[in-house]
Each structure stands twice: as C-alpha cells, then as structure tokens.
Ligand binder design. Structure first.
Ligand code: GRF
Length: 194
C-alpha cells in the first residue's frame, strides 16, 4: 500500500456508535508529530453516541444516519466520505454491518477493532462468552473489514491474561486499554510496515 507520511497524511473517517474512547484515542494519536493519519470525519448510526462530543470538541465533520435503510444511508455516507476525500475508515465500536458493495468501494482501507483474539469469539458479548468458557487469555484484534463479520485479514493482536478476580466488566476495561495501544500501531503496521 502507498506510504503516507509528512504532509501527505491519510485522511481518516472513524465510524462509531457509542462511547467513542477509540475515536478519542485516534484523535490523540493523529496529533502526534509522526502520526500518519488526520481525522477528517466521523460517522455514527446513533445521534446519541457519547463519542460525538469529541467531534464537536475537535471540529471534526459529522454524519449521523440510522443505517436502517442501509442502501440509502451507505450511499449518503459514500458521498460524505468522497466529499471529504477520505482514504481510510476506522470502525471503532460501530454497531452496523456494512454491505459488500460499500466494503468493495474502500477495499483494503477499512479497519475494525474487535475485543477478542480473533478468529475466536466473533460477534457480540465477547467478554461474557470468554469468561463462561474459562479462557485463560483474551485480548483484542485489529483487522481489515471483509464482507464476513469479524473475519478479514488480521493486522495486529494483543493478548490479555484473565485473572480469577476478573468479571466481564473488568475484562472489558482491561482490554479497552490495550485497544487504545493497538489501533494506532496497527495503522502504522498496515501503511508503513513499521
Ligand atoms: C470496543 O471494545 C471495541 O472493540 C468494540 O466496541 C467497543 C467500543 O468502545 N467493537 P469505544 O466506543 O471505542 O469506547
């Protein structure tokens, strides 16, 4: 993939549905001197997503659509992304599945972060399922988005040990911390092969 450094940073859109801690983390990374991205837009399917406050704070363009009519809302999203010359999409807690056609338009340029060691525990409620199965480790994965849910090429993973004292909530918090460590590194790995 084309290198993108210096003034030629990757124009990035982050897709969120909730808290947006990964969104905020990517904003912080984008301000670092040697960052290879700039956050130019945010898309949310939820007008009440807490993470949207970061878009106001940092003056980032927003698009809020329910994605209930997926075709129509994806088309609107594509127009918005093209208008803002977006090169890279980072899904960060985005609770909608994108269509094959949409993914094709940004082929190799949509990343997702998932709170498990994929290919294990795809889908929702990962921490509950991990703990029910008495796993010793869980973690998080940054992967390319493909039409099959949580199944695209894995870019980077981080393992987290599960303690006896953990519960799904505690584990989610520990993993989220590692997600913040992982996402910027995965972007660097994908685009400049650090
Ligand atoms: C993260 O755990 C992410 O892996 C999952 O949803 C959560 C989003 O958290 N897909 P936040 O909105 O970035 O705080």
């Amino acid at each position: 993939m084309k290198k993108s450094i210096g003034s030629n940073k990757l124009r990035t859109a982050v897709f969120i549905s909730g808290k947006g801690s990964n969104f905020k983390n990517l904003i912080d990374y984008s301000f670092k001197k040697n960052s290879i991205i700039e956050i130019k837009a945010v898309v949310s399917n939820n007008s009440k997503a807490k993470g949207l406050k970061f878009a106001y704070k940092y003056n980032i363009k927003r698009k809020v659509l329910s994605f209930k009519n997926r075709n129509q809302d994806e088309n609107e999203t594509l127009k918005f992304l093209n208008k803002n010359k977006i090169d890279l999409i980072c899904l960060a807690g985005f609770m909608r599945v994108l269509s094959k056609q949409f993914i094709k338009k940004f082929s190799g340029k949509i990343l997702n972060i998932h709170p498990s060691l994929l290919p294990k525990y795809k889908g929702l409620n990962t921490h509950e399922r991990v703990m029910e199965n008495n796993e010793k480790f869980s973690g998080c994965t940054v992967h390319l988005v493909s039409p099959k849910l949580d199944s695209g090429k894995i870019i980077l993973q981080k393992k987290v040990r599960i303690l006896k004292s953990d519960n799904p909530n505690k584990l989610a918090k520990k993993i989220l911390k590692q997600e913040h460590f992982l996402y910027p590194r995965a972007i660097k790995k994908l685009f400049i092969n650090l």
